[in-house]
Design a binder for this molecule. Sequence first.
Ligand SMILES: [Zn+2]
Length: 116
Amino acid sequence: MSLKEDWRYANIEYLEKATFRLDTYTALSPECDHDHCSGCWAEFANFDGPEILHEGYVTAIPSKETPEPEFITQCTAQGMTCVPQPGVDGYQLHWVYPECFDDFRELLGFKLVSHA
Ligand SMILES: [Zn+2]
């Protein structure tokens, strides 16, 4: 099966050529204490739990260029309060699991920078 047929591809495709850095997940607002991998929707959070990750690859994208993620729509539909991460100077952070990063790195031309 090619990666383009992988179910995560449609989710993560919009991050093509994005530049990531490896970082520890930090929730930016009390309204949303967790986030999801852009590819597989697996969870990042400050709190501990099964299958919750605390470290991953993150990229900042201008907020206006990104539509509301599907999982936010779903959270809202389920009555959960989950707003997109507040922008930092108009940017929003997008998190990706290491596994998804590795899988799609070549195909989508992900770039990786080291810590400043
Ligand atoms: Zn993922």
